[in-house]
Design a protein around this ligand. Structure first.
Ligand SMILES: NC(=O)c1ccc[n+]([C@@H]2O[C@H](COP(=O)([O-])OP(=O)(O)OC[C@H]3O[C@@H](n4cnc5c(N)ncnc54)[C@H](OP(=O)(O)O)[C@@H]3O)[C@@H](O)[C@H]2O)c1
Length: 253
């Protein structure tokens, strides 16, 4: 895909990978629109990327998606790229009763990381079909190929997003929309500053976020439909050639 002159909507663009995408796409002369929930993060992002247009919106809220769509399309009728990036990741131990989440809470990653992108695609698809050079980029994870068992719901959501993206690509084959999947490796972002900690996955060196996003944009420019920077490539390979070995390794966390 062309990597300048686009109007790009990035969900979860107020932090980490989404924010870095905003920075690097702005440097390449794109119009960038980002979303997020937290007002404080929105204010911080406004300072970091004053040229970006920011909308407060929760991708896991079914009512928020059409509202976001109408607001964004009214202001940016040429919007041609959707990056489904917003995501959350939690450590959940299903074996420990005291850690059991309630039924609403247990599937939060599914709502945000899987259902959110599916609904965003459904909502934005008719508009994207009418654009030249349209693209959808779903941000999954290297953990879409093999799970890290301490984050079972997250990994299930990302595996689901990987599968959904493959089907979407087949179904949109006759259209002008390119469907990409970015499967980042462990990357230095605030995702590992809360419930999850870098130390939870021992022996894995985190990728620098600006290098990761630079590699991702390079992949988009080269029309690589499944972009697996750094260790993600190895995770996919291992999930094929030695699936039990790599699962055992990730089970040590
Ligand atoms: N970092 C990694 O190692 C890594 C590896 C593989 C894949 N990924 C994926 O990359 C994506 C970005 O992660 P990150 O590492 O950049 O994490 P991050 O720094 O925590 O950023 C997550 C972004 O998503 C937003 N967000 C979370 N829930 C949202 C919701 N319901 N609606 C709208 N926005 C929401 C957050 O803002 P608010 O909290 O204010 O909403 C924030 O802007 C995620 O999909 C993640 O799974 C990350």
């Amino acid at each position: 895909m062309k990597i300048s002159g686009n109007a790009i909507l990035i969900t979860g663009g107020t932090s980490g990978i989404g924010l870095e995408f905003a920075i690097q796409f702005l440097e390449r002369d794109n119009t960038v629109i980002i979303t997020g929930r937290d007002q404080h993060k929105i204010e911080e992002a406004r300072k970091r990327v004053p040229e970006a247009h920011i909308f407060q919106s929760d991708v896991s809220d079914v009512r928020a998606i059409p509202l976001l769509f109408h607001e964004v399309i009214q202001k940016f009728p040429k919007l041609n790229v959707l990056i489904n990036n917003a995501g959350i990741m939690r450590k959940i131990n299903l074996a420990r009763d005291e850690e059991q989440k309630d039924l609403q809470d247990i599937s939060r990653e599914i709502e945000t990381d899987l259902v959110g992108p599916i609904r965003m695609v459904q909502q934005f698809l008719p508009h994207l079909k009418r654009q030249e050079n349209a693209a959808i980029v779903n941000v999954s994870s290297g953990l879409a190929f093999v799970p890290l068992p301490i984050a079972p719901i997250y990994c299930a959501a990302k595996a689901g997003l990987h599968s959904f993206t493959q089907s979407l690509r087949v179904q949109l084959k006759g259209t002008k929309i390119k469907v990409f999947e970015l499967a980042p490796p462990m990357t230095q972002t605030p995702l590992f500053a809360g419930d999850m900690r870098a130390g939870d996955v021992k022996g894995v060196r985190m990728m620098d976020v600006s290098r990761m996003v630079n590699a991702a944009i390079q992949g988009l420019a080269e029309d690589r439909l499944e972009i697996r920077p750094g260790k993600s490539n190895m995770l996919k390979l291992m999930s094929r050639v030695a699936p039990q070995f790599i699962l055992n390794r990730l089970s040590k966390a």
